[in-house]
Design a protein around this ligand. Structure first.
Ligand SMILES: Cc1cc2nc3c(=O)[nH]c(=O)nc-3n(C[C@H](O)[C@H](O)[C@H](O)COP(=O)(O)O)c2cc1C
Length: 179
């Protein structure tokens, strides 16, 4: 758990209930990330039905979230050092580009876009019809301009590869090994 806090966010893209934990969360935890997991309500329903929520929760000392906190409650997650949003449905990509925060997953992601020095990796998972929507390219351009690192589709492999690259870049400049 000494590798920093990873804000791991997932939405209701096909297969998320099969690969989020085994393909992405567990390997990230093995790499030393402390996981702060937030799901869209759709993803939470799917993972719940698949019996994955408890297994996911077992990978981290932080609660797995999909609802907002009450005003009287403390923030359940510390501020992440890096965010991964995978899979990112067409619906959630559009909302992120527009700054819409109508669930907890989008709330944390929209805030993250405004934080300096916090990498945000997003892996859109959309079909051809969704990509042909006239506004789609513009939404991706908005996210790119905001500094989002867009990861090509292909499941958790490309996400982990980009996360490893980002982490090396995050750790190298601190130079603790130079002392
Ligand atoms: C089995 C199934 C698979 C789906 N896969 C995708 C997908 O890969 N990408 C996508 O954009 N939407 C997909 N959808 C539609 C989204 O789940 C739907 O738009 C939902 O409202 C997304 O909510 P969220 O972005 O808040 O998670 C799928 C729906 C179902 C029922």
């Amino acid at each position: 758990m000494d590798g920093g806090v990873l804000g791991l966010v997932a939405s209701g893209g096909g297969g998320v209930e099969r690969w989020l934990r085994t393909g992405l969360a567990a390997p990230a935890a093995e790499r030393g990330w402390r996981l702060a997991v937030t799901l869209t309500p759709t993803a939470a329903r799917w993972l719940d039905e698949a019996g994955e929520l408890e297994e996911l929760a077992a990978l981290t000392d932080l609660p797995v979230r999909w609802t907002s906190r009450l005003p009287s409650e403390p923030k359940p997650h510390p501020p992440p050092d890096c965010f991964v949003f995978a899979p990112a449905t067409a619906n959630s990509v559009v909302k992120l580009a527009l700054g819409i925060s109508d669930n907890q997953a989008l709330t944390v992601l929209n805030e993250a876009l405004g934080l300096p020095d916090v990498p945000v990796l997003v892996q859109p998972q959309s079909n051809e019809a969704q990509r042909r929507h006239p506004a789609w390219a513009g939404h991706l351009a908005t996210l790119r301009a905001a500094g989002v690192l867009l990861v090509p589709e292909g499941g958790p492999g490309p996400v982990l590869a980009e996360l490893d690259r980002v982490r090396r870049a995050m750790i190298l400049p601190t130079g603790s090994d130079l002392v």
